[in-house]
Design a protein around this ligand. Structure first.
Ligand code: ADP
Ligand code: MG
Length: 696
């Protein structure tokens, strides 16, 4: 039977398991599988054979180059292309690719942020093959997913700590499972990242220096129509966008990225793509690839894909929901299960998660902190900056009952009394969706909704994996300390005590409400509104001890991440401020002045005819005052930004940007935006929100 279109193109550009089986000698394939699946170290002979097979496959697909594809601390991916070309010395060439080239690369890494981990004179950084993420072909280049480390072995990237956190979680979860008599081969995380984005016309984009330089609009009066009619969400997809989405799906399927759901989002021009979940680090690689393809393919349709967390004021920004679960040999451990014993296992993991989120709310908040995401969190379009857990109306009473039964120690060994067997029934139709919660249990997985659209999901998952690993470890120790008691009784008490001790983080109400902010404060939950206050979590000795204990990040690596994130915040706002000053002086002031001048000429001409126009005179006066105001606000912003750049301490510098530069940016924007509706359309120097957000 002929294959359907999707099945025949699926994975065409991915060096997947079927390709390996077909092209590698059986013993080599088996050995490679032990590396990929069991984490065995890689032998160079095997690498040579894999490299050869990979190259032959890539050449057949038309590739000419290869690259080590990696994720420096900027979060986006980096690559340097080398051709396979090797001269034979007699004027002929050979297309070659060795095991060593597959396994290790040495990009000149001095220009990547290292947060001080690597002095520029010791610029060497190494990329190291991650065999768990399959190689793929992108634009005639064989891309090999890699980790990026320094000469001395420190992680210079997002991926290395992610892989380490997966190892830590797997080890601790296996210890828990072993107490339940289970010895799974592998325990892995599953991640389904829902990617939101905007598509706008390329011609509008090209006319806005702010979009080009910063990815968001720094000026713009409110559009006549926003998202209040609620007509865009799930609305019919317009033809140009549909063409883009179809090409995107095709390209992603060829790369083995399981793109599944696409729809219009809440804001005009906003859309979402959700793939089917995959093993954690692979899902994140695929998300990065998806983001890259989105940007590239939009250009085929006269569109530009905006991935900034807040491209437009007055309408929603974009997030990236991190759907997360844990599974043992493919069995989801967050599935309530059909038997009481399963329920107990489920409850142990659930309790571990709740405790992990409560104890490390500061780290989770840090992991999603960026200048762009600060515009979303707490702005009634995304969860507040307060980390809480939503369990839903069905699961919460069960948890309540568990906490409550604490007094009735006598019944403890009887699971029946606790209502635990009812769990599967209760959860079966748990369709309860609280979209205002930052961390929501949605049936058999958690959905972390704070991450921004542009970010690499490695950071939040490193925190989550490590924090859950710690709780699993705590459970195992708790049981070990009570080895004379029956296991179920001890496990049940652990669950109860954990829920009781972390009850404060559970919240099922409206996360957008003012009451919740007040209530959260009473409960002692942190409410960290801005990035400069969130980043120091990386320097907290208790947090450093956590990451060091589980071998995920060293103190030096955490410090480096702090510096890199703090620098990125300062640099982004510096660019935004520069861009605003430039646009104000060289675009807005000349345009407003020209319009006011033309009006003045007209008013003078009319006066000669004996016609006077008080409203025109009024406009000229207002615009002239506006020009003065804009000029002095731009001067003020420029001098504050200059001062900010001179501050050396990263924390102090970030706070100066937050408290001194951002308000000056807002003041300048307010003045320009106030004048926008008064100036003739053909004089206004950039496309307005009305134009950009509503195209056909
Ligand atoms: P919604 O918009 O209602 O949150 P979507 O279908 O858009 O739902 O996205 C849900 C995401 O969660 C998808 O990427 C899906 O594959 C993923 N997902 C489903 N089950 C799990 C699971 N057990 N673990 C991790 N992710 C999951
Ligand atoms: Mg979702």
């Amino acid at each position: 039977m002929a294959k359907d279109k999707v099945s025949s193109e699926w994975g065409e550009l991915l060096f997947d398991d079927a390709d390996m089986q077909e092209r590698l000698p059986k013993p080599t394939y088996r050995e490679l599988m032990r590396v990929i699946k069991d984490g065995k170290p890689l032998d160079l002979d095997i690498a040579n054979e894999v490299a050869h097979a990979m190259k032959e496959w890539a050449l057949e697909k038309g590739a000419t180059h290869f690259t080590h594809w990696f994720q420096p601390l900027t979060g986006i991916t980096s690559e340097k292309h080398d051709s396979f070309l090797t001269p034979n010395g007699d004027g002929t060439i050979l297309m070659a690719f060795s095991g060593k080239e597959l396994v290790q690369g040495e990009p000149d890494a001095s220009s990547f942020p290292s947060g001080g981990l690597r002095a520029t004179f010791e610029a060497r950084g190494y990329t190291v093959w991650d065999p768990t993420s399959p190689a793929f072909i992108k634009d005639e280049v064989l891309c090999i997913p890699t980790a990026f480390i320094s000469y001395t072995g420190e992680a210079l990237d997002k991926k290395t700590p992610l892989l380490r956190s997966q190892v830590a979680l797997e080890m601790q979860a296996k210890r828990v499972l072993s107490l339940f008599g289970r010895e799974p081969h592998r325990v892995t995380t599953n991640i389904g990242p829902e990617q939101e984005y905007f598509l706008i016309k390329e011609s509008d984009y090209q006319a806005r220096p702010d979009l080009i330089l910063t990815g968001r609009t720094l000026f713009g009066a409110p559009p006549a129509k926003g998202q209040e009619l609620e007509e865009h969400y799930f609305g019919a997809i317009r033809p140009t966008v549909n063409e883009f989405m179809k090409e995107l799906d095709d390209e992603l399927w060829k790369l083995g990225v399981p793109a599944k759901t696409k729809h219009n989002e809440v804001a005009p021009c906003q859309h979402e793509l959700a793939p089917i979940y995959e093993q954690g680090s692979v899902a994140i690689d695929d998300n990065l690839l998806t983001m890259e393809k989105m940007k590239l393919l939009a250009s085929h349709h006269g569109l530009v894909c905006l991935q900034h967390e807040k491209p437009f004021e007055y309408v929603n920004g974009s997030g990236k929901h991190d759907n997360w679960s844990l599974s043992a040999d493919g069995k989801n451990l967050l599935e309530p299960g059909e038997h009481p014993e399963d329920n107990l296992l489920f409850l142990v993991f659930l309790a571990c998660l709740v405790a992990a989120v409560d104890e490390h709310a500061d780290l989770l908040r840090m992991s999603v902190a960026s200048a762009g995401n600060d515009h979303r969190l707490g702005a009634n379009e995304a969860p507040p900056a307060i980390v809480s857990v939503f369990l839903g109306d069905n699961l919460s009473p069960v948890v309540e009952a568990l906490i409550h039964k604490e007094q009735a120690e006598a019944h403890e060994s009887e699971l029946m009394d606790l209502g635990v067997p009812q769990l599967p029934d209760i959860l079966r139709d748990n369709t309860d969706r609280n979209r205002t919660s930052p961390f929501a249990f949605t049936g058999n997985k958690f959905e972390f909704r704070m991450p921004g659209s542009r970010q690499n999901l490695a950071d939040p998952n490193v925190v989550l994996n490590t924090a859950v690993a710690e709780q699993c470890d705590r459970f195992v120790n708790y049981v070990a300390d009570r080895s004379e008691e029956p296991f179920t009784q001890v496990a049940m008490r652990f669950v109860r005590h954990t829920f009781r001790d972390h009850q404060r983080v559970i919240f099922n109400g409206n996360g957008y409400s003012q009451e919740w902010e007040e209530e959260a404060e009473r409960r002692g939950l942190p409410n960290i509104k801005a990035t400069p206050d969130a980043l120091p979590a990386l320097l907290d000795p208790a947090n450093i001890a956590l990451f060091e204990k589980y071998g995920v990040l060293t103190e030096a690596e955490m410090h480096a991440r702090y510096v890199a994130k703090a620098e990125q915040y300062a640099k982004l706002i510096n660019i935004e401020a520069n861009c605003m000053v430039d646009m104000a002086r060289r675009l807005y002031v000349p345009a407003i002045s020209s319009y006011a001048g033309d009006l003045a000429t007209a008013v003078a001409a009319k006066a000669e005819l004996g016609i006077s126009s008080p409203s025109e005179k009024g406009i000229i006066t207002r615009l002239t005052r506006g020009i003065d105001a804009i000029w002095s606000l731009a001067d003020d912003l420029e001098s504050r930004n200059y001062k900010a750049r001179g501050i050396e301490d990263p924390g102090e510098q970030d706070h100066f940007y937050l408290n001194e530069v951002l308000p000056a940016m807002q003041a300048l924007r307010d003045e320009v935006d106030a004048l926008e509706p008064m100036v003739g359309d053909s004089w206004w120097p950039v496309p307005t929100y009305n134009t950009i957000l509503y195209y056909v």
